[in-house]
Write a protein that binds this ligand. Sequence first.
Ligand code: ZN
Length: 281
Amino acid sequence: MPHTSPYRRRSRGAFLLVAEPARYPAARPRLLMLALLLASLGLAVAAGQPRSAPAAPASVPTSAFSPPADVAAPPIMRKLVRGDVSRPEVALTFDDGPNPATTRLLLALLRMYRARATFFLIGDSVRQRPELVRAMVADGHAIGNHTARHARLLPLETEQVREEIAGCDAALRRCGVVTRLFRPPGGRYDDRILDVVNAAGLTLVQWTVNPGDYTRPGADVIADRVLDQTTNGSIVLLHDGCEQTLTALPRILHTLAERGYRCVTVDEMLERAGGGADRGW
Ligand SMILES: [Zn+2]
């Protein structure tokens, strides 16, 4: 897996921050302003403060159908709801990307605060914007499967559930990504779906903190909810494509760092979970 220098990424990212929203009619003027602000901030950070050596890239197993090396049995966790409550670690997760209007901005913010995150991606969007997926991986973020078309799984036949999972898996593999993480759209699943997910070599990932950013409650409300509810091992549900989430993120990332939390990927949480219980801790 190629790992691009953060310096090169930073400067390229800064350029794209300015250029990208203009190419998409859906992007709003406020997003463009945010992009310009981020670009200037990014350049200032790059000029004034050399970044320390980049951490190791997110671990990407060579095959989704092989158990992680450090997990004897069961080969994968049935599901993960939270990480280790004894560690000041938080997993920020962003669903429904990649998104041409917001993903670059999101990546720039995460880079600025040196935070790792996990993106649960929709297969159809991955096919349309593979370069955004590669940018996520290059920045050390983890990737998860969020079905091929963002299908609600409960009403589907089992074979259709398999196809939704396989469709996203194939799109990700074309980008060089093999994941062992899955999140069902809407968070809805039952034992039958869980069985299909596990049989595909995937751990179903839920969350402990849901600020409801998709209901557009306002950036301050999103930030307050996340910061009020986050504790050791929290998994936070957020969305790529939500402008208010982008606006809320600087305060979220700044305050979490101030409180001593480290933003890690779900993959990192899973590594620590080892062959443990089916719910995390
Ligand atoms: Zn979703």
